[in-house]
Design a protein around this ligand. Structure first.
Ligand code: ZN
Length: 297
């Protein structure tokens, strides 16, 4: 994904971003084989040494499963975020949801403030134009850079992308961003991740009320360029709440798996929604819009 697109994604992640991504934390320890505590599933010593040479001495390192967390927060703060946000999300995503796991190490930079985030984004990767104040994921370099002072919602959004790309490589943008933005505000309970209403709702409600809303069918048929166009804010919102609509019906995981496993027969996902909801896409849209108007922020 282009940086510009990612910046659009994160630039929209504004007002409601929760530290630890929600209110209900699941503190059940990971199985030893899946422990996120100071264990990296990939060789990362040479990378860590190279980063130590480049970064200033205030950075610490936390090895965390598929990730190497690098931060200028304190070691305990970095470890807390690694275990409570990344670790909890991983447990939920690999609990009867995603199957394929990352095959490469991803480095997650958690910068303590905007100044250090911008300085190192430029110094390490030459990224300074259109830089979101929240953070971004750079798949080509296998890195996520976060201004964690803005909260951890963006971290879970980008973490979702970084895992989905291995499990559902062909996922269309509308569904990828729908899932990522759904989990910007989430809770972890009984190894299940659940998205909650967030700041993206009013734009969708307004579009429905002012007849500026297109349709679920149009959303699901958009190509990447159209999805990430100047009108992307509404696309994100529509996609997020369609994922939440499926979650509300207990069908989101099933829809994800059906879509992933049958992508070659329908790359829009429309037929799978019709099948699981036992309805046609026009009727689904009508019910979805009514459901959206019942939501409260
Ligand atoms: Zn995104």
């Amino acid at each position: 994904m282009k940086l510009k697109h990612l910046n659009i994604a994160i630039g929209l992640s504004m007002s409601v971003i929760f530290l630890f991504c929600g209110t209900k934390q699941n503190n059940v320890p990971l199985k030893s084989s899946e422990s996120s505590k100071d264990t990296c599933y990939f060789t990362c010593d040479s990378l860590q040494s190279a980063l130590k040479e480049t970064l200033s001495s205030d950075f610490c390192f936390v090895k965390s499963g598929y990730f190497l967390v690098v931060s200028n927060l304190s070691q305990s703060e970095a470890k807390g975020l690694s275990e409570n946000s990344i670790g909890s999300a991983l447990k939920c995503f690999y609990n009867d949801y995603f199957i394929a796991k990352p095959t490469e190490l991803v480095t997650v930079f958690l910068f303590k403030d905007d100044t250090s985030y911008r300085f190192w984004a430029d110094k390490l990767y030459g990224d300074k134009d259109d830089l979101s104040r929240f953070g971004y994921y750079k798949p080509s370099k296998k890195v996520m850079l976060m201004n964690i002072a803005t909260g951890s919602g963006t971290l879970i959004h980008e973490l979702t992308h970084s895992l989905v790309r291995y499990d559902f490589p062909d996922i269309p943008s509308w569904f990828n961003e729908g899932l990522g933005s759904l989990y910007e505000r989430c809770s972890f309970e009984n190894n299940e991740i659940k998205g909650h209403v967030n700041w993206r709702l009013p734009a969708l409600v307004e579009a429905i009320r002012k007849n500026q809303y297109s349709s679920i069918k149009t959303l699901m048929s958009t190509d990447d360029e159209t999805f990430y166009s100047d009108e992307s804010a509404l696309n994100y919102s529509q996609a997020r709440y369609f994922c939440m609509y499926l979650q509300d019906k207990g069908l989101l995981k099933k829809y994800y798996k059906t879509f992933r496993d049958n992508f070659s027969s329908d790359n829009t996902g429309i037929s799978f929604a019709e099948e699981l909801l036992s309805s046609n896409i026009v009727s689904i849209d009508t019910e979805y819009k009514s459901w959206v108007l019942t939501l409260k922020q």
